[in-house]
Write a new protein. Structure first.
Length: 87
């Protein structure tokens, strides 16, 4: 009898953040891309789509990531303060 321990939502959020950081400026990631990557890494028995949604919500609510719309909805890093133009 093999038991697979579930991955915590906080761990998923941290791994998703690392993936978004690695792909920043190279590739835009959709929420589905992050979900598929986490399920591929941990397996469906340890990581559900619902857990991935919760992890994405943690990233968005904390401000570590934001939704961007560039012909589709993507999860990206927020712009750095020096990248925003003053009014």
């Amino acid at each position: 009898m093999s038991s697979v321990s579930a991955v915590s939502v906080e761990t998923l959020a941290e791994e998703m953040f690392q993936l978004v950081t690695e792909c920043a400026g190279k590739k835009n990631l959709k929420a589905g891309d992050l979900t598929k990557a986490m399920i591929a890494k941990h397996g469906e028995s340890a990581c559900s789509k619902e857990d991935c949604k919760k992890a994405i919500r943690i990233l968005i609510d904390s401000g570590r990531c934001i939704y961007s719309y560039l012909g589709g909805s993507y999860i990206t890093l927020p712009p750095k303060p020096e990248e925003t133009s003053p009014l």
